[in-house]
Design a protein around this ligand. Structure first.
Ligand code: ADP
Length: 276
């Protein structure tokens, strides 16, 4: 702890700073100290989970490279050797892709936490944002045999389009990842005080009520999600949480296990409407 400065010592004279006031300051300093310690604890836990998740694909990569060396050295026919090496190189690429994705997410978290990201809010057409996201996600939905619907709407909202697109993209990626069959929808609905909800809905595995707050924690993955897919690191909703904080747009979630989930991004509308 820092030693009190001389100025602080002077101001502690009994008439100018009564006992109640000084104990309030001590309590504030202790609370700030506890908050700082908690932050350090959260950061080191984050680092150790990140290192753990990076070490898994790194280990597979080492094993694959080792196996490749053995395959190349083995006195087998050229054709079967080639097939084995090509199978192993597929595994190496998968491990590399997973590492690349984790590093991308960690860099994005660092960027959002650096305090250098500026929010440029402007009037944004919801229809344009939806059609951009549709172009991005419709092929993935098709590949997973899921229906993907976006509602046409003429609303204008006030937001930073790049940051909001990133937030919605994370929600859509999850909706597609955790839906075995049925559909994913991107639509809007009126919210309180003239605001708008941008909704990402799916007919997927759903989330238990008891987990709804915790899914926004970093590296949090639910058992059902783990069983369904090894994709993901439990960081997507952490990014959503940070983006929602930067944009000042709350994200709400409702879900029923086995029926699906709805994530709602609450956003202010611009005063004028788009011409139809
Ligand atoms: P992940 O990379 O695992 O998808 P996220 O942080 O994006 O990480 O989500 C955290 C967890 O929340 C997921 O692992 C999953 O258990 C749950 N989850 C998130 N979105 C959905 C959804 N649309 N449907 C069901 N479960 C979800």
């Amino acid at each position: 702890m820092l030693a009190p400065s001389p100025r602080f010592a002077l101001s502690r004279s009994p008439d100018r700073c009564p006992h109640g006031e000084s104990s309030r300051r001590i309590a504030q300093a202790q609370a700030a100290q506890r908050a700082a310690e908690e932050l350090v604890r959260i950061k080191s836990e984050f680092l150790s989970l990140a290192a753990h998740d990076l070490s898994q694909p790194l280990q597979s990569l080492e094993l694959v490279i080792d196996a490749m060396g053995q395959a190349l050295a083995a006195p087998t026919e050229g054709g079967s050797k080639l097939a084995e090496v090509s199978r192993l190189s597929g595994q190496a690429n998968a491990a590399l892709a997973r590492m690349r994705e984790l590093v991308r997410m960690l860099l994005e978290i660092a960027r959002l936490e650096s305090g250098t990201v500026r929010v440029h809010a402007e009037p944004v057409s919801v229809a344009e944002m939806f059609s951009y996201l549709e172009r991005q996600f419709a092929p993935l939905a098709r590949a997973r045999a899921l229906a993907f619907e976006t509602e046409s709407t003429d609303h204008l909202i006030v937001t930073d389009p790049t940051l909001l697109r990133g937030l919605l993209a994370n929600l859509l990626a999850n909706a597609l990842r955790y839906t075995r069959c049925g559909e994913v929808r991107l639509k809007s609905a009126p919210a309180k005080d003239g605001r708008l909800h941008l909704l990402v809905q799916d007919t997927g595995i759903g989330i238990p009520q008891s987990e709804l707050a915790r899914i926004f924690e970093d590296f949090r993955r639910l058992d059902e999600a783990e069983r369904l897919t090894s994709e993901g690191f439990g960081l997507g909703l952490g990014l959503v949480r940070r983006l929602s904080g930067l944009l000042g747009t709350p994200v709400h979630v409702e879900s029923t296990v086995g029926r699906g989930s709805t994530f709602a991004v609450e956003i202010p509308q611009a005063k004028v409407s788009c011409p139809t």
